[in-house]
Write a protein that binds this ligand. Structure first.
Ligand code: FES
Ligand SMILES: [Fe+2]
Length: 598
């Protein structure tokens, strides 16, 4: 912003010139120096911007000096040549020629022609103080303007960098998004909190209203009873029915709700430690084919770390995965001649856990914990319990005419019981497995699991699938296929081809399961020899399991927050409920275990 200065009458040594013409210097110097100023120095003035439409010339000099003005245009449009201008006064000899004068001017400034000579001149004068004040104001203005310009340049520079450097632009946009996101999240959480608060308040109010209504109705009935003697009014509300004794008859006529069947189980709250009773079983933990004489298979069982490897005789052993010396995980080491070698100081242990080599020091007796470990049906089994191992192992093999095509091991982030219950449930398939095996399935009017009264096995209706739960954590299923890959009909036996599945859900650590999956077919045995087909099976298994997992994980979360996962069991939940009843009985140490021949 330019300072707005008015110009007082100029002293004789100064001139105020409006729209000076080309010939100004020669025609005005004698008049402008009439004040007798003795200064001979040149002076530059930036003229007053407050004089809209007027150009002001300020100069100083003596009679023996020439005063020359040079004009530079600053105005634009209609103001061009009339607004802001620079004036320079040069001291020059009176005798100097006009040519010399102009040459001197040109040497110092890039002079621009003033407007045409036809411009009219108006004269005026200002005193020195005013002129210096003008100068000071102008310097201040120029200083301000320079800062503005620098700022403009900095902004322009930033813009250029932003345009030319995508990284800077990206960083900026990401940061902007982050801050906006943080703001939105904060608003969202506030809104959530508000909604929860409102819900709680509404619920509280409704409860209070219900209580008040009950009190009111009770009082009303009592009053009416008193007024009408033995006459009982016609009851309309549930409370009235209860009071009049009609409720029982009325309710008994209604179909009983699922909750009223009193068959719900309480399975809720945080996952607790595994009870010892659950450990007294044989558990398959690895496929035999996955362990050669150099292989170690580390795994967790009931929250303890173990490792399986083969001894000198080729039989598998299971020892604690923690060195007796200084607790280094042995599974980080290697297997050499039937011994597992610790990678820290080289101690070596056999399959029963006895230390047989202790390099670089005098040998001392050291032994690892170990578990009973056997190999059967193509799998390695352990006995994690403290009781004497049972001699009975369940048979998990498919019938002999089946060919095993896939054996897959996975670690899953869900509690093993929830996974078992998921595998024992087929009613969820048309809703959950919509991109895999149940794609396009109709939703049946009624789904049932047909089973003998005290069994943990049966067949699904209307699906051609037979299913069985094998304690402690195995699920076997045989799926009837009308033709390869096609599920149809409802009779497993009547189907010409079949797919056999085994799921072993080993409790590994808290809220986690080690899953062994095996798939066999009673047709197309040549598929086994198709190169890389195991990756196809792996992909399919992962996809199917992925559809289940997100739901079971969510279920586990709700359970840990207190929801009962068996709140309202219905007809098709029969097998899952039986598994849960079996498990509750085992964990409670019941004398009689349901659905068990033991
Ligand atoms: S920690 Fe295993 S040998 Fe030292
Ligand atoms: Fe499923």
């Amino acid at each position: 912003m330019a300072p707005g200065l008015g110009l007082a009458a100029a002293p004789p040594s100064m001139r105020v010139v409006e729209n000076p013409g080309v010939g100004l210097c020669s025609t005005t110097h004698l008049e402008c120096c009439s004040g007798g100023c003795s200064s001979s120095i040149a002076t530059v003035f930036h003229l007053n911007y407050g004089m809209a439409g007027k150009a002001v010339w300020i100069g100083s000099g003596t009679r023996d000096r020439e005063v020359v003005s040079v004009w530079r245009r600053y105005g634009h449009g209609k103001d061009q040549g009339r607004g802001k201008r620079v004036v320079q006064c040069l001291g020059m000899s009176e005798s100097s020629s006009r040519k010399d004068q102009q040459a001197g001017i040109v040497r110092i400034f890039d002079v621009e022609d003033p407007r045409g000579a036809s411009s009219s001149l108006k004269k005026g004068t200002i005193d020195v103080n005013t002129a210096w004040e003008l100068l000071r104001q102008d310097v201040l203005y120029l200083d301000w303007k320079a800062r503005q310009d620098v700022l403009t340049i900095v902004h322009a520079h930033d813009k250029v960098v932003e345009v030319l450097n995508p990284l800077v632009r990206d960083v900026k946009s990401v940061e902007t998004l982050r801050s906006e996101l943080a703001g939105l999240q904060e608003e969202l959480s506030k809104a959530h909190a508000q909604v929860h608060l409102s819900e709680a308040r509404v619920e509280h109010t409704l409860r209070k209203l219900g209580e008040m209504e009950s009190l009111f109705n009770t009082k009303l009935l009592q009053n009416q009873g008193r007024e009408r003697g033995s006459t009982v009014p016609k009851a309309t509300s549930a409370l009235q029915l209860a009071l009049t004794g009609e409720a029982e008859a009325d309710l008994s006529a209604r179909p009983r709700t699922n909750t009223s069947r009193a068959k719900s189980l309480e399975v809720s709250g945080p996952i607790g430690p595994y009870p010892a009773q659950l450990k007294n079983y044989w558990y398959p933990v690895a496929f035999s084919a996955d362990i050669d004489d150099k292989t170690m298979v580390p795994f967790n069982s009931f929250e303890e770390a173990w490792v399986i490897f083969r001894g000198k005789d080729g039989r598998p052993g299971c020892v604690r995965d923690s060195c007796a010396h200084r607790a280094c995980p042995l599974s980080l080491g290697k297997v050499e001649e039937g011994r597992i070698q610790c990678p820290y100081h080289g101690w070596e242990y056999n399959t029963s856990g006895k230390c047989e080599k202790m390099p670089s020091t005098r040998f001392v007796n050291a032994k690892l914990d170990s578990l009973p470990c056997i190999e059967q049906d193509g799998m390695v089994w352990i006995w994690p319990g403290n009781e004497t191992p049972s001699t009975n192992l369940p048979c998990l093999n498919p019938p002999s005419h089946y060919t095993i095509h896939a054996q897959i091991t996975m670690e899953l982030p869900v509690e093993h019981g929830l996974l078992v219950e998921n595998l024992l449930d087929l009613a969820h398939a048309p809703f959950t497995h919509t991109t895999t095996f149940a794609k396009g399935w109709d939703v049946p009017n009624f789904v049932k699991f047909r089973t003998p009264i005290a069994a943990l096995q049966g067949t699904w209706d209307p699906y051609p699938i037979a299913m069985e739960f094998k304690p402690p954590c195995m699920v076997l299923s045989t799926i009837g296929l009308e033709k390869p890959g096609k599920l149809n009909g409802s009779d497993v036996e009547a189907c010409p081809t079949h797919l056999h599945q085994l799921h072993v859900c080993m409790p590994s650590s808290k809220g986690k399961t080690r899953l062994l999956y095996r798939m066999a077919l009673d047709f197309a045995p040549y598929l086994k020899h198709v190169p890389f087909i195991k990756y196809l099976w792996q992909h399919l298994a992962n996809k199917v399991l992925g559809e289940d997992l997100r739901l079971v994980e969510g279920q586990q979360d709700r359970m840990e927050r207190g929801a009962n996962v068996w709140n309202v069991p219905v007809a098709y939940d029969k097998l899952g409920v039986r598994y849960r009843r079996w498990r509750i009985a085992i964990e409670s140490g019941d004398e009689r275990i349901p659905f068990s021949s033991d």
